[in-house]
Design a protein around this ligand. Structure first.
Ligand code: AMP
Ligand code: GLY
Length: 426
């Protein structure tokens, strides 16, 4: 089978890497891909942007692509799946309407309210004065969210009402996030521990994937600015079997059934970002209509089943026939970023040491913000690589991953030193 993976980050490198191992995979194309996917056997980069839906469709048709797997949220929110399906092209991902779970926070909050899915109390606003009147009756901390997609930057956890007003003003009055900030959600601040819950959905049935834990803050000890994720490990002890069952029953199934009952079947990866309170009760912080990045990387390193089979089954509504197998050995991935991430950062910095980095068994370096420049891998984004390792214990995976981190060099290289530490201390 000929497979097209859309996207160019660490998530897409990991998905393409696993798809290419399938017994049925003849060739895996990645659009646009990165320096990592450019170097893999059986994989080819295609220089088309992930949001250029018409060019991607043209490519899929002319190359006889049997399955397209969409990595990032932007093309999903822009209706890539609707376009591909209309042209008879098989594609894995939610349609535009279902992708609103991620592309409109207001939609997702109202949806959860309609279906009794646990989440923080909230109000929606488009008018700044009304938002301020509401805020004056609230207490801090309080959370202000831009309605639309803002690359993970549209959420402000405000420590005071004044800060919340400032955030609302930046979004509603100063158009800081353009269209995405023309409407906002103001919601109750939830305390607790965060966990990601990721599954694959075929419209009706759900297969939950291995559990994982992201590290969203940039700096050690969960300090510093919020990022896309600085590292992840799988499994996480936070999601006990009992909690796993509860999340399926209280969050995932009502979500899938709720969408289906509203005529918007969900097909593709579905990610619920959860806050667990002191009694371990889950509430949804957000939905993502895609796989997590960097959670995908350690999860793919544990998958012992054929990913192409699973993805194909999801597009055919046959997930009930599948049962993915997971390597019991824990995996851990450390993101190597550029020092100034998530602020502005330079591009084009040469990366060295990659050739020797994967010499140890069960080590995999997934590329994210990289590209090839005259045969040399150079940086092309804030999160550059995700160095993953598998070991008999989480402690051994961590040691191995950090040993590998030392072998790779680029100017401004930065990573957290405590990925997995909370699970190891628990
Ligand atoms: P989101 O994009 O909605 O997941 O928000 C990004 C991050 O902001 C989350 O991972 C949390 O760390 C934090 N956050 C979002 N909503 C809340 C909330 N209601 N209470 C506390 N923290 C939140
Ligand atoms: N790692 C969080 C996300 O993918 O949104």
């Amino acid at each position: 089978m000929r497979v097209l993976v859309i996207g160019g980050g660490g998530r897409e490198h990991a998905l393409a890497w696993k798809l290419a191992q399938s017994k049925d995979a003849e060739q895996v194309f990645v659009a646009p891909g990165n320096a990592g996917t450019a170097r893999e056997a059986g994989m080819r980069n295609v220089p088309i942007a992930a949001t250029d839906i018409e060019a991607l469709l043209e490519f899929a048709k002319s190359e006889g692509i049997d399955l397209t797997v969409v990595g990032p949220e932007d093309p999903l929110a822009a209706g890539l799946v609707d376009r591909f399906e209309a042209e008879g092209c098989r594609v894995l991902g939610p349609r535009r309407e279902a992708a609103r779970l991620e592309s409109s926070k207001g939609f997702s909050k109202d949806f959860m309210a309609r279906h009794g899915i646990p989440t923080a109390c909230y109000e929606r606003f488009t008018d700044f004065d009304q938002a301020c009147r509401y805020l004056s009756g609230q207490t801090a901390p309080i959370v202000v969210k831009a309605d639309g997609l803002a690359a993970g930057k549209g959420v402000v956890v405000a420590a005071s009402i004044a800060e919340a007003e400032q955030a609302a003003s930046a979004m509603l009055q100063e158009a800081q996030f353009k269209e995405a900030g023309r409407a906002i959600v103001i919601e109750e601040y939830l305390e607790g521990q965060e966990a990601s819950f990721i599954c694959l959905v075929d419209g009706t049935d759900v297969v939950s994937l291995a559990t994982s834990q992201d590290h969203k803050a940039r700096d050690d000890g969960n300090r510093g600015p919020n990022t896309g994720g600085m590292g992840a490990y799988s499994p996480t002890p936070l999601i006990t079997p009992d909690l796993h069952r509860r999340v399926l029953e209280e969050v995932i199934q009502p979500t899938v059934q709720g969408l289906a009952s509203e005529g918007t079947g969900y097909r593709g990866f579905l990610y619920a970002g959860l806050m667990l309170d002191s009694g371990r009760n889950p509430k949804v912080l957000e939905y993502n209509c895609r796989f997590g990045d960097p959670e995908t990387q350690p999860i793919m390193l544990r998958l012992d089943s054929d990913l192409l089979d699973l993805c194909f089954a999801a597009t055919e509504g046959r997930l009930n026939e599948t049962a993915p197998k997971w390597d019991p050995c824990p995996t851990l991935g450390v993101v190597l970023a550029i020092r100034d991430y998530p602020g502005g950062y330079p591009k084009g910095i040469p990366i060295t040491g990659l050739d020797k980095a994967e010499e140890e068994a069960d080590v995999k370096v997934f590329h994210a913000g990289t590209t090839m420049d005259n045969g040399q891998a150079v940086t092309n984004g804030g999160r550059v690589l995700c160095v993953c390792a598998k070991g008999d214990t989480l402690a051994l995976s961590k040691e191995k991953a950090y040993r590998t981190v030392e072998k790779i060099q680029f100017e401004g290289k930065f990573c957290r030193s405590d990925i997995g530490a909370a699970a190891l201390a628990a």
